[in-house]
Design a protein around this ligand. Structure first.
Ligand SMILES: *Cc1c(COP(=O)(O)O)cnc(C)c1O
Length: 481
């Protein structure tokens, strides 16, 4: 496919503003001569129709959850109901400005206020900030709150955050960005936090533990109450990475497990299109004793029902994002929660867990599954059984694309060799799950009978095997030097 620059034909942009009734300003007269451009602008020239066709063609080459199943583990690429988009584009939400006086945007403030209450109820927390723009940003906000809390008590010796070896990469990255040292806690043989190792790693230098539950293997941390007791006894706080919340919404609450601070990925659990850079929202919730440290402002409701912004919060860690965060994502999450209700949300998790177990059960003969037993909303398989034919997880992921499926997450979590992490989400029908299972079985058969076919996949995509790292290591972002 040609680039816009290659399609450009000089003089083909015929669009002109109708100037008849406008005062004509001679720009050359108003701008001093030394500022005039001397070189060509160098932007492509195409008719409107050709430009639209170019982008439409590009859009056909992309793959999204509206094209097919997207079982990218940990990312929760569920179908996003279109009613959410409708709500977010209502003029009263889409056309307001954050500098408007609060009395002119009472509806928007009410939505934010109510959303944070709903999120509090869902997680067993006391107060939420909707400012952070993504999960990783929520983590940063949360760990800044951990630090602010220790410092407010005059405890300056704690400089370590504990992170399990199964954690998402953003957890250690966050701790390090906020200025902490990272100390890894090992997993035990069944894929959960090793209590023995945790006890060894705890001490009076530990500020807190970051944990996701269920963890990145899709396994619930059954010992969470004991973990919570140990961390608190050592003087640390417990941080919940809520990226996997969609496995337990309406069933269990991080607040009841002992977590002091949580983030939810509104764009994962509460249905917003994401990937390719967002936008997202990493709402951060805390227990009562940490409310003063939340980012400012928070939306408050006065006795007469008026919504206002509270900036007068001296212990706050400050602002982490302009204005109110990604407001549109909050509208979508609100719509999603309201359209499902409490019972509906519970069913979301139940179906997500059922779908993952259904696939896991049906492919167990064809693929190695290192951690047995019931999983939550996702599970990890490997290509161990295919390794005799010299096939790697990467090959299987590439071959899936030939059958119209987005590959699962691969080579994560790091503690499983040749990992393939599958999260179907609750929005796939049984027919779709059956087809996905059939395809995985067919690929396993191909691995046995015609391994070259799998090793050289994909065969049906516009571009075949690409160098996995070159685009990141050697990006060429300009058409011309
Ligand atoms: C997605 C994810 C994150 C990071 O969230 P972003 O919104 O992508 O910044 C953190 N932890 C886990 C387990 C995740 O799956």
């Amino acid at each position: 496919m040609k680039l816009l620059f290659e399609k450009s034909v000089k003089g083909s942009n015929f669009f002109r503003f109708p100037l008849q009734n406008l005062p004509v300003i001679d720009l050359q007269e108003t701008i001093p001569e030394e500022h005039w451009r001397t070189s060509d602008l160098g932007i492509p020239e195409l008719s409107e129709a050709e430009a639209v066709r170019h982008y439409t063609e590009l859009s056909h080459r992309a793959f999204g959850v509206d094209d097919g199943m997207y079982p990218l583990g940990s990312c929760t690429m569920k179908y996003n109901p279109k009613i959410n988009e409708w709500a977010a584009s209502l003029p009263g939400f889409a056309n307001i400005h954050p500098y408007q006086k609060t009395y002119t945007v009472q509806g928007a403030l009410e939505l934010l206020y109510e959303l944070q209450i709903m999120l509090s109820v869902i997680g067993g927390m006391d107060r939420f900030s909707l400012q952070p723009a993504a999960g990783a940003h929520g983590e940063m906000t949360g760990i800044m709150i951990v630090r602010a809390w220790h410092q407010s008590r005059g405890d300056h010796k704690r400089n370590v955050i504990l992170v399990p070896d199964s954690a998402h990469g953003t957890n250690p990255a966050t701790a390090s960005v906020v200025g902490y040292k990272v100390r890894e806690v090992k997993s035990n043989a069944d894929g959960r936090v090793s209590l023995d190792d945790l006890k060894e790693k705890l001490g009076d230098d530990v500020a807190g533990l970051m944990l996701t539950n269920p963890n990145t293997l899709g396994l619930f941390e059954n010992e969470i109450l004991e973990i919570s007791r140990l961390v608190h006894e050592a003087g640390g706080l417990l941080y919940y990475d809520g990226a996997n919340l969609n496995a337990i919404v309406g069933v269990a609450r991080p607040g009841d497990m002992g977590f002091d601070i949580v983030h939810y990925n509104l764009h994962k659990t509460f249905a917003t299109p994401h990937g390719g850079g967002g936008p997202g929202a990493g709402a951060v919730g805390v227990k009562k004793f940490l409310i003063p440290f939340l980012p400012s402002p928070i939306v408050v409701k006065s006795k007469d029902g008026f919504y206002n912004l509270d900036y007068d919060r001296p212990k706050s860690i400050g602002k982490v994002k302009t204005f109110f965060g990604n407001f549109g994502v909050c509208v979508k999450a609100y719509t999603y929660i309201m359209s499902l209700g409490g019972e509906g949300l519970k069913e979301v998790s139940q179906h997500a867990v059922l779908a993952a177990n259904y696939i896991k059960h049906h492919i167990a003969e064809d693929y190695d599954i290192p951690h047995q037993g019931i999983c939550k909303h996702e599970f990890v398989a490997t290509s161990e059984k295919q390794s005799e034919q010299g096939i790697r997880t990467l090959d299987i992921a590439k071959r899936l694309m030939d059958f119209g499926y987005h590959p699962p997450t691969i080579y994560f979590p790091l503690i499983v060799h040749e990992a393939m992490m599958i999260e179907p989400t609750e929005t796939e029908s049984k027919e779709r799950l059956d087809n996905f299972i059939a395809v995985l079985k067919k690929i396993a058969q191909e691995c046995r009978e015609n391994p070259e076919l799998v090793k050289s996949a994909p065969h049906s995509t516009v571009i075949g095997r690409v160098d996995e790292t070159r685009a990141a290591r050697n990006p060429i972002l300009k058409y011309q030097e």
